[in-house]
Design a protein around this ligand. Structure first.
Ligand code: BV8
Ligand code: ZN
Length: 248
């Protein structure tokens, strides 16, 4: 593995960003969207992950999210999430910008996690915006309603919807100011989130891709490691810890 260039930059890095997608949670047992067997291959995002589909058929969309919540509840952070959290011991600032809604980076102990596509554990009323945690109610096949009578929806960014502006602005800021950005397990096709690695590159960061296959980002990446995130990330940082010890 080509560590030389990476460790050179990491040894002086102050700010590191991890930009993650569904691939970082694949080894926790959560299906990706676009890979073989991914959920999008069975269900069309247009049918489910958009607000009109929700208004047309709130019960079906709720059923789909309950199905995904159930899978997520039974999973736990894998070595990729854990390694990312541990890197906070080696750099001044480690920021996670994730497209995932599975809450696994928070559960792995990462302190700064910008969830640019929302979080499946959170829901809110479309009318009065009261927040509800998924544990606040039991789902019996019907979309839940707020005390004000409004429909409750998952706090997830659907296609055609704006990303949470404050969260996305902080994510862009972290990307522009980082020395190294690891792009882990994303097909990098969903915008505007996919601008994050581009912002980092413009800010002079070393772009390191970790994926099981080539993506839209590969030709822009400075270094690409092809392999599973849960194996590649621990390998990189075990090696990095060794050289750091030597240099102490
Ligand atoms: C918006 C939530 C407009 C639902 C999701 C340009 C600019 C702005 C917008 C657009 C634009 N071009 C097109 C658009 C529209 C659209 C878009 O990007 N469409 C794409 C598909 C072309 N964007 C939007 O609609 C966004 N909103 O722009 O609003 C606007 C502007 C102003 C005012 C009003 C409105 C909203 C986008 C968010 C959509 N929500 N999901 C849900 O999750 O249920 S998208 C969905 O894709 C997920 O959130 C996911 O996070 C995201 C990205 O997918 P990935 O995470 O990359 O997952 P994927 O399966 O694709 O890839 C997995 C990768 O992992 C693969 O590469 C695989 O090889 C790798 N892998 C697998 N196993 C491993 C691994 N790697 C390492 N280790 C392993 N073990
Ligand atoms: Zn309400």
């Amino acid at each position: 593995m080509n560590y030389e260039k990476l460790f050179d930059r990491l040894s002086t890095a102050k700010n590191v960003v991890f930009f993650t997608g569904a691939g970082v949670s694949a080894e926790s047992g959560i299906e990706t969207f676009r890979g073989a067997g991914g959920i999008w291959t069975k269900l069309k995002p247009e049918e489910l992950a958009n607000f009109n589909a929700f208004l047309k058929n709130p019960d079906l969309v709720w059923e789909w999210y309950q199905y995904r919540r159930k899978i997520i509840e039974e999973t736990k952070p894998n070595p990729a999430h854990i390694t990312i959290a541990e890197t906070e011991n080696y750099f001044n600032n480690v920021t996670v910008v994730t497209q995932n809604i599975d809450n696994l980076h928070n559960r792995a102990g990462s302190s700064i996690v910008y969830e640019v596509h929302g979080n499946i554990e959170r829901n809110y009323c479309v009318k009065c915006h009261t927040f509800y945690n998924s544990k606040d109610f039991t789902f019996e096949g019907k979309a839940p309603f707020c005390k004000c009578g409004g429909l409750i929806r998952p706090d997830i960014v659907w296609f055609g919807e704006m990303l949470p502006q404050d969260v996305f602005a902080s994510a862009e800021e972290a990307a522009r100011n980082c020395n190294v950005i690891f792009v882990v397990g994303t097909s990098a096709v969903v915008y505007p989130a996919a601008y994050i690695p581009i912002d980092a590159k413009k800010g002079g960061a070393l772009v390191v891709e970790i994926n099981v296959e080539e993506t839209e980002l590969t030709q822009m990446a400075d270094i690409s490691f092809f392999g599973k995130a849960g194996e590649v990330l621990p390998k990189i940082f075990n090696e990095f810890k060794k050289i750091k010890k030597l240099s102490l």
